[in-house]
Every structure is written in structure tokens, then in C-alpha cells.
Design a protein around this ligand. Structure first.
Ligand code: GUN
Length: 292
């Protein structure tokens, strides 16, 4: 029997609608949550992500400060911008879209953002607090994956989660979060140095593909009945599309859906959840700023 398709698009809409209701309450107190969205350069995928994020913020009744800087922006100029945004009390969150141009040190930029405004959850203070289970902004994609599973009623306790990919944005933090007592999963993280990848992926009750490699997870790598979460967003050239490309996940969807019990599609799976959790974190940042 073919897998149940996890409708990330609808689940994300519900999250955003819930946040929108809370934003109305804040507006009644005279506070409009505001996220500064900083994009350096003209990477087409980044432009598309940033546009999607700003649209979702507006739909939830929030403000976004759209800051687009040229590719040649220096590290010092960007640090100056961040310093100004850190000091601006009407700005509750700051998001610098990654990747940055090669001449800018990403770690230096992320560390310059005030942890209280780091709605991506990338600042070392937030990463550290997440690691030890203290309150922090949770990174949006891992948090989105957990909300998807919870909403679908998929049990994680005692399950073996295998994550393919060890990025700071997805693989590593997701592994940490799954080991929290509330999820209580056993985690394996695979990466490019893993020997016999399919041995590991076949052990997974929940398999998360976050390697950035189109279609790399094939049906023969998946245990029958496993839950498969595809975090990959790869652009494949496609002359039949107006845009000239189509989106493709890290999972061979057509093959794997015949083996898995549940599967996320690309697009409309994990992607919309990332945006929904960003909107959620921006609300949290605004609420915390009132209490501060
Ligand atoms: N680039 C890819 N994913 C993300 C994300 O979640 N946040 C930011 N800032 N940049 C990204």
C-alpha cells in the first residue's frame, strides 16, 4: 500500500493561522512583531525563500523590514547593519539569509546578532541552550519536522531515527532535539564519511534525508513501513518549466512512497514548515521583548 503523504503545506497554514491570532492580541497591546530580513546578493533560491518568508509574516499580521544588499557588501558593512538592528527596539527579530557571499565570514555575522533577536536559532548561545535543554529559539527546519510528526500523531519515543546529513542548520540540531526526553528517540547521524549508508538507513523507523543530494534515498534503502521525511530542496534544470527548473527532494519520492508508511513531498512538505516556525519564533521574540 502506498504511503500516506504528509501535507506540510496545510499543517504549516494551521501553525501560521494560530500565530496570526496571537499577533492580534499583541496588536491590541500596541505591539506589531517585526522581523528584519537581510539578503546579501542575488542568489535566486535565496530570493525565493526570502520572498516566501516575508509573505508569510505579512499574512500573520507582522511587519518585515526588507533589507537587500549588493553582492559586494563588505563584512564590516553587514556588521554595521546588524548593530543598528540590534539596537532598534521596534525590530524583534533579525534573519540573515544564508549562504552569504564567500568573502563574508558567516560565523562572525551569526554571532553578531543579539541572541534575543536570533529567530533562526543559529547563534552559539541559542545552539548551546538548545543542546542543554534550556529555553532558546529552536532552528526552524528541525522544529518544523518535529511539529509535522507531532501533528500526524507519529510516535517518536523509543524509535530509531536515522538522519542523513550533519549540517548546523538541520542534521545536527535535529539529532539533539530527537534525543530530548519529550521525543525520546534513539538517533543515528549519517554523513559523507558513513560506510554502507543503506545499512544504516534500513534500520530507521523514521528516516530524515537532509543531505542536499537529489534523489539519493531510494526504495531499497528504506525499511518497509518507515516514516520518511525529506528535507532536501534541490533545483533541477527542467526546460519544460517556465522557471527553467523543478524542485526535487533528497528522496526518490515515486519509489519510496511504495515502501514507506508516511512520506513528505517536495515541494509542500518540510519547506512550508520552516517558514511557519520562523513566523512562530518571530512572535516569541516579540512577546519576550514585552516581558523584558
Ligand atoms: N538558508 C537555508 N535555510 C536557512 C534558514 O533556515 N535560515 C537562514 N537564515 N538561511 C537559510
Amino acid at each position: 500500500m502506498a504511503a500516506q503523504i504528509i501535507d506540510g503545506f496545510s499543517i504549516a497554514q494551521n501553525v501560521r493561522a494560530g500565530v496570526g491570532e496571537k499577533v492580534k492580541e499583541l496588536q491590541a497591546q500596541g505591539v506589531i512583531p517585526c522581523l528584519a530580513v537581510v539578503l546579501v546578493g542575488e542568489n535566486p533560491a535565496s530570493i525565493s525563500y526570502v520572498t516566501g518568508k516575508e509573505k508569510a509574516l505579512a499574512e500573520a499580521g507582522m511587519k518585515s523590514l526588507d533589507i537587500r544588499l549588493p553582492e559586494q557588501t563588505t563584512e564590516e558593512e553587514l556588521l554595521q547593519r546588524i548593530d543598528t538592528l540590534n539596537k532598534d527596539s521596534s525590530v524583534h527579530g533579525i534573519l540573515v539569509q544564508l549562504p552569504l557571499p564567500q568573502h563574508i565570514d558567516e560565523d562572525r555575522i551569526i554571532t553578531a546578532i543579539k541572541p534575543e533577536k536570533d529567530v533562526d536559532g543559529f547563534h552559539p548561545v541559542n545552539v548551546g541552550n538548545m543542546m542543554i535543554g534550556k529555553k532558546s529559539f529552536l532552528p526552524c527546519t528541525p522544529h518544523g519536522v518535529l511539529v509535522l510528526l507531532k501533528t500526524m500523531g507519529i510516535e517518536t519515543k523509543g524509535k530509531h531515527v536515522v538522519i542523513v546529513g550533519r549540517s548546523n542548520i538541520v542534521g545536527k540540531p535535529l539529532g539533539i532535539l530527537f534525543t530530548r526526553r519529550e521525543y525520546n528517540a534513539t538517533v543515528t547521524i549519517c554523513h559523507t564519511g558513513t560506510k554502507d549508508l543503506s545499512y544504516h538507513t534500513k534500520q530507521a523507523d523514521i528516516l530524515v534525508a537532509a543531505a542536499g543530494s537529489p534523489g539519493m534515498i531510494t526504495a531499497d534503502m528504506v525499511k518497509p513501513g518507515a516514516v520518511v521525511i525529506d528535507v532536501g530542496v534541490n533545483r533541477i534544470p527542467d526546460a519544460s518549466k517556465k522557471s527553467g527548473f523543478r524542485l526535487c527532494g533528497d528522496v526518490d519520492f515515486e519509489g519510496v512512497k511504495e515502501v514507506a508508511s508516511h512520506i513528505t513531498p517536495v515541494p509542500k512538505g518540510v519547506g512550508p514548515m520552516t517558514i511557519a516556525m520562523l513566523v512562530f519564533n518571530t512572535l516569541e521574540a516579540a512577546v519576550a521583548s514585552i516581558k523584558a
